[in-house]
Write a protein that binds this ligand. Sequence first.
Ligand code: KG4
Ligand code: ZN
Length: 356
Amino acid sequence: MIVLGIETSCDETAAAVVTDEGEVHADKLLSQLAEHAPYGGIVPEIAARTHLEHLDTLIGEAMTESGADFPDLGAVAATGGPGLIGGIIVGVMTAKAIATVAGVPFIAVNHLEGHALTARLTDGLDFPYLALLISGGHCQLLGVEGIGRYRRYGTTIDDAVGEAFDKTAKMLGFGYPGGPEIEQAALTGDPARFVLPRPMRGRPGCDFSFSGLKTAVRHLIADLPIGPEGTVLNQRDTTDLAASFQAAVIETLADRCANAFEAFGRDHPGADVFVLAGGVAANAALRAGLGCIAQAHGFRLIAPPPRLCTDNATMIAWAGVERLRVGLTDGLDFAPRPRWPLDPAAPTAPGAGVKA
Ligand code: KG4
Ligand code: ZN
């Protein structure tokens, strides 16, 4: 059984073909970074138009590479939310059209479910496991109990962690997305030079907060002496700030995860797998730091390769496979959802970074 997956919820246009054996027959991805770079962030209207321009070609290439024809598909899966609505509409309409013409089922996939289930494709995990989803739009601790069965243990009350990386990177003079550049700069920086807060540390529960950390970086930069050429940040300041910021993020996440290990462990005695997912999970220092805290709590950390941590269509096709296996398909009346919580029972959190 093979499934075509389509991802258009943010700034990556992607199409992939995956089998129920977990073989990836095609994985096409087009980043829109160049289109959005002049604006210093993602412009939703440009994103939607760019998806529209390129999606057909990417799907064509993915199908050719896979050697399959549309009627051979078990289903067509597309991200149905959460994310930028214009892009989601492009992906969902395209998937519905293909499904209708080919006479195969359509499946609307929650983007977060795609991230959360990726580790089952890469590592063949069984349910349940604890997952930390960290990206530019999301920051959540989820108990993954089954297909469509998620319990939210924590979420951000303001910024998503990727957003904090991106905004801090901008202050340090880096381009977008800033996470990889901060990670690179931090390699040669001194994480102990600047004192930064660890928001929420020591508090009960598993919620996150990152906006105070970002503000603290801004204040530190404002207090630095102006250099001889009028530049505020020299090379040393930049790398030390990057390292100090990254260390604060890792310690904050570790503290929140420690509480989640306890809570998840009480709900699921014996479960011991901790999955990292989302673009920020590509950060090697963060993987190492969270790996240590996981081990200290009797959990082993599993992180899919960075290519499958950042947005991609393979995870959407795979979530489609998982849903199809248990008979979960959607009607053509499915309406794209800019907000779509994985755990409907969890209270809505305020602020940005909580698209779900
Ligand atoms: O999952 P993703 O590709 O898209 C969203 O759904 O947001 O995640 C993108 C985010 C960006 O904020 C980017 O700065 C961050 O992931 N990111 C990183 C790294 N690579 C990507 N953050 C920290 N370190 C990295 N190496
Ligand atoms: Zn994502």
